[in-house]
Design a protein around this ligand. Sequence first.
Ligand code: TXA
Ligand code: MG
Length: 431
Amino acid sequence: MNMDTRLLDEKNEQDIKEAGKILRRGGLVAIPTETVYGLAGNALDPTVSAQIYKVKGRPSDNPLIVHIADIKELPALVEEIPEAAKKLADAFWPGPLTIIMKKSPLVPMQTTGGLDTVAVRMPSDPTARAIINAAGVPLAAPSANLSGLPSPTSFPHVCDDLMGRVDGIVNGGDCEVGVESTVITVVTEIPRVLRPGGISVEQLRRVLGRVDVDRAVLEKPAENAKVASPGMKYKHYAPKADVYMVDASAEDYAAFLHTHSEAAALCFNEDVPYLKNRCVPYGSAADSLSQAHGLFTSLHHLDEIGAKTVYARMPRKSGVGLAVYNRLIRACAFRIVTPNEQLVIGLTGQTGAGKSTVAKQLKARGCVIIDCDAVTHDPSLYAGTCLTELQNAFGRAIIKEDGSLDRRRLANLAFASEEGKAKLNAITHPV
Ligand code: TXA
Ligand code: MG
């Protein structure tokens, strides 16, 4: 494909109108949204959807998201609007949330990859909404990358992938969120997250109560498995380098990379001073939003510096961090390295079972033994609030003159009744 691609600017009102005109007559335009850039076309025209798949090089069973600018456009696209969808739209639209509902006959099967459901999203980005309005039709828009590559979050990265392949590209600067929208289906009895994104699972639960997370979010789908969201089964977001995720503390990560000096580090900002490798930081350790914002740009940057092997620091999986982990683990093709992995064995059994004997033999072979009896006998464990609670429950008599716990007195009182034992456990077990 080698067509003339018009470069348009969001700041120019005439350019927005022009983008709308191209889209209305069946053309394709890459547009900015708050998540990532989208490769947009008329969602209601089956030949346009077919063209989107062709340009992206995307398998045609991987459905497209339909973008609207106003809630008034929703009823025509769906069979019905379930109660859960109303609550979600109220709480999170416009914004980075895609809701899957039963489709109406108006939406062609080509747009939904042959499914009888449709994914709908109302972006918060004002330019995206202005372009949808200018086009006068809902827009099907997958991320504006070639299939398998990282999604573009900046204008130059869209141009890298789509120059000469689409009718226009609108420059909207850098995308605010940086990872794609959260995809949730409300067609199932319990709403289910198919792809984590800019709206966290915790936020969704605050609105809907119970929300399930599809297994494919964290795990590698089995070969040929039928997955709820077809997009999750393909290798994704991958730069040209071989990327591995490293599950380690900051110290262990640095030590590991020192023995792999030829590799690049896709690390947190805070790791940089401790590494001698080429570093591409993708965000701050405790700030998942900054990681989401930086991830795709960093993956592109790894290509630009010609990295061959990359070790990525593992993000935490809560909040928007779940979306960061979900993208990064795919960029790594699910390869995780655990340097200094330690095997921890729990020895349990009733009195006389032989725990001490086995522990002694393991110790002789160099294992570190943690004796839980000894740990729970350490009086310092019960100092502070725990000691105060015990005193409130069993009386002043359990405290020795030096202020420490009299274990024998406590035992006599607590083990005298089931109730006493339960009280003791309730206070000491959390500690
Ligand atoms: O933030 C976003 O969502 C961006 C911007 C451009 O809006 N778009 C985007 O689209 O990420 P795309 O095509 O790259 O990803 C759409 C995801 C895919 O994983 C697809 O399988 C899933 O949504 N999806 C779409 N329709 C679906 C349906 N009816 N049932 C299940 N999954 C669906
Ligand atoms: Mg995509």
